[in-house]
Design a protein around this ligand. Structure first.
Ligand code: GLA
Length: 701
């Protein structure tokens, strides 16, 4: 038995190398210093079962059908005549350096080599590479997924449902027997299936229960599986989903999987998801400057670009304290509506007769950064680009392509198409003082083939990453936002090259409460674009006052997506106060630990704690009428138990609390409580109107 013990910041992992393909035999709370990991292996050894093979095949990181594993194999593929379909890896070698482990296993019969790497720090990162070692024969790869064993008492799953304008809705499913699976074939991370699964002890909450979570850092097709085997064992499996024939390995070629990033906590979901946040914050590209409050022109002017109007919008933005002005769709090519122009990334003389210069100068003179919208991976058939190069679109010869929003995906895997787009974007950035790009992706990949006639999503995804990397290298100061019809491309791999995500096209504060809660299970607040929209939401038709919209948007990377020219002086003053409030709390909001609280279904409570627990900003929102006339006391676990905190309400402009305000003495002047009291007694909140929120500030005294 050869066991490797990795120690992370909040959990330990033990890997058994004696089977060839590595097996995680322990993934959980840190083990005591002198723990002998062999004890686990012996204590958890499984008996042989009647009616089953004479071996108990382990749940390896890449489990093997050929070794007797009864679930879904980690590696799917074969050679031309159907051989090498059930490989068995043996003879593992390994290299270990502190908390990193690389295991190499070979199958001389199938002529394949598997390299699995582990890194355990804030989170556990697992990745594999498969090499075709045959000197002569191609290997047809159908899938290589990473598999993580989950303890048997984790009998509940946390997944997500979603769609356009309703992303990241958390869903709980009892995990009793059999398999639960999702498959994403939309060619982008998707609104529907964020590549993220949690498993935990029944009813695991934000602050209680054991939780294991896994995210596939990938922006293309993917699948996720949670299976409970008939013998009771459980596992999660995540990997890239490959279309038939999409990938084959020529002799000597290697396929590398996306990373699986995994987290674990013995004290609930909030602590587990903070590991995702810390993992992202530790990357070298993580933004360190204060996140500029931005104004986005989309819901203010849509395609109606008029220099004078845009300048006046910029004036008002500067007046309320906004720091970045983002010109959305409509500035280029023939793009006067969404039917044409994608692919022609030159400034439209119709929309901007004197170019973008006058607007950019105006914006930068006002002290704001200038940002611009692009959608470089797409092309409209009605564009100069498509007329010149129809062969650059991901279509399939002989079939009429399926359009979506009148557009097709550009096959960036074709070097000429790639170079053309790179050249256009490079020129745009070289010729203009642009600090920020909103990089959009507004359609699914459907049935699109590359130039060789095979499915093109994998190659396109890699090429899109390369394009972003190349632009970063050439223009290191330019920040990029990942948008895909709102939140259809939110994952850790796109976030290696982007400084924030556009969380959702829905700016309705009520919807955003849930969307942002779900999204916060994967990314920290400073990466989550959150805008104050108009009173009347464009996507739902609901109306909300500024206080609720502000309380909701404050907890992300704040923006304003509202026609500021339509605001009264009083509204402008109120918005100025909101922007100032965000800027006051920004270091806490964007540097602290995001926390969520368990509440009844009528409310959503969350906040941010300073990492040293000296301060906290907490939001409690009533999202529908509740059974009780007042909310139950709000408990705030996780502050310093023996610390004393001054708790005060943060008043929001125009905020109107419900009828019981006068009954709560503490609300008018604040109160002082210990962290222990805040956790165990909680704080009585006033009766609130549905679709409103109250903010509390706790400061150690
Ligand atoms: C997508 C984005 C929006 C906006 C439009 C522009 O839908 O998600 O925010 O940029 O495209 O066409």
């Amino acid at each position: 038995m050869e066991l490797i013990h990795l120690r992370g910041r909040s959990s330990d992992v033990v890997v058994d190398l004696s089977h060839g393909a590595p097996v995680i035999v322990y993934w959980g709370a840190p083990l005591v210093a002198d723990a002998d990991p062999a004890v686990f292996v012996v204590a958890t050894e499984r008996p042989l079962l009647n009616g089953s093979p004479d071996v108990v095949a382990p749940i390896a990181v890449v489990p093997e059908h050929g070794s007797g594993f009864p679930g879904r194999p980690g590696l799917l593929g074969h050679r031309r005549r159907g051989t090498a379909w059930a490989p068995r890896f043996g003879s593992a070698e390994h290299e270990q350096q502190d908390n990193r482990l690389i295991v190499t296993a070979r199958d001389p019969v199938a002529e394949l080599q598997l390299v699995v790497s582990f890194e355990l720090d804030e989170a556990l990162v697992v990745q594999a590479e498969l090499t075709n070692t045959s000197p002569t024969e191609r290997y047809l790869l159908d899938g290589l997924s990473m598999t993580l064993p989950i303890p048997q008492h984790a009998a509940e799953l946390g997944t997500f449902s979603g769609r356009w304008t309703r992303e990241f809705h958390p869903v709980r499913i009892p995990w009793t027997h059999g398999a639960i699976t999702y498959e994403n074939r939309r060619g982008r991370t998707s609104h529907e299936h964020p590549p993220l699964l949690f498993a935990g002890t029944p009813s695991f909450g934000e602050w209680q229960g054991s939780v294991w979570g896994a995210h596939l850092a990938w922006s293309g097709n993917h699948s996720g599986l949670a299976e409970r085997l008939p013998d009771g064992r459980r596992y999660l499996q995540l990997g890239e989903l490959l279309h038939p024939g999409e990938l084959s390995l020529e002799p000597g070629q290697t396929y590398r999987t996306p990373e699986v990033i995994a987290v674990h906590s013995e004290v609930g979901l909030t602590a587990a998801t903070q590991q995702f946040h810390r993992h992202l914050r530790a990357r070298p590209s993580h933004p360190t400057s204060p996140r500029p409050v931005l104004v986005n022109t989309w819901e203010a002017v849509y395609f109606d670009h008029d220099l004078d109007r845009l300048r006046r919008l910029a004036d008002r933005a500067a007046l309320v304290g906004i720091e970045r002005f983002v010109l959305d769709d409509g500035w280029f090519g023939s793009r006067r509506d969404d039917t044409s122009g994608l692919g022609d990334w030159w400034v439209s003389p119709d929309a901007h007769p004197d170019g973008l210069g006058p607007l950019i100068e105006h914006v930068t003179r006002l002290g704001m950064q200038f940002g611009i919208w692009v959608e470089p991976e797409m092309v409209n058939p009605d564009s100069d680009l498509y007329r010149a190069h129809p062969e650059w679109a991901l279509t399939t010869n002989g079939y009429e392509p399926v359009l979506a929003r009148h557009q097709l995906v550009l096959d960036l895997a074709q070097p000429a198409a790639y170079q053309h787009i790179l050249g256009q974007l490079d020129t745009l950035l070289r010729d203009h003082d642009i600090s920020f790009i909103k990089w959009d992706l507004n359609r699914d990949h459907i049935g699109g083939s590359g130039h060789d006639g095979a499915a093109g999503t994998h190659a396109h995804t890699i090429a899109a990453y390369r394009l972003l990397d190349e632009l970063h290298a050439r223009h290191p100061g330019v920040e990029i936002e990942s948008c895909a019809s709102g939140g259809a491309r939110i994952d850790h791999e796109i976030l290696r090259r982007t400084a924030r995500v556009w969380t959702s096209d829905c700016n309705d504060a009520l919807e955003r409460q849930t969307i942002q809660r779900g999204t916060s299970m994967l990314i920290p607040p400073e990466l989550m674009g959150a805008h104050i929209g108009p009173e009347h939401s464009h996507t739902t038709g609901r109306r909300h006052d500024l206080a609720f919209r502000a309380a909701t948007a404050l907890f992300g990377h704040l923006g304003v997506e509202w026609n500021l020219l339509s605001l009264s002086d009083a509204e402008l003053d109120a918005l100025t106060d909101v922007v100032a409030l965000h800027r006051r709390f920004r270091p806490l909001l964007h540097g602290g630990d995001a926390v969520r609280f368990d509440t009844d279904e009528a409310s959503i409570a969350h906040g941010v704690y300073a990492t040293d627990r000296s301060e906290a900003l907490v939001s409690f929102a009533l999202i529908s009428t509740s059974a009780g006339l007042t909310p139950p006391p709000l408990h705030l676990p996780g502050l310093r138990h023996d610390g004393r905190y001054r708790v005060e309400q943060v008043s929001l402009p125009g905020q109107h609390l419900g009828p019981n305000r006068s009954q709560l003495a503490w609300l008018s002047g604040g109160t002082t409580m210990t962290g222990a009291q805040l956790e165990t007694l909680g704080l009585q909140l006033p009766a609130l109107h549905p679709e409103s929120a109250i903010l509390l500030h706790c400061r150690a005294v």
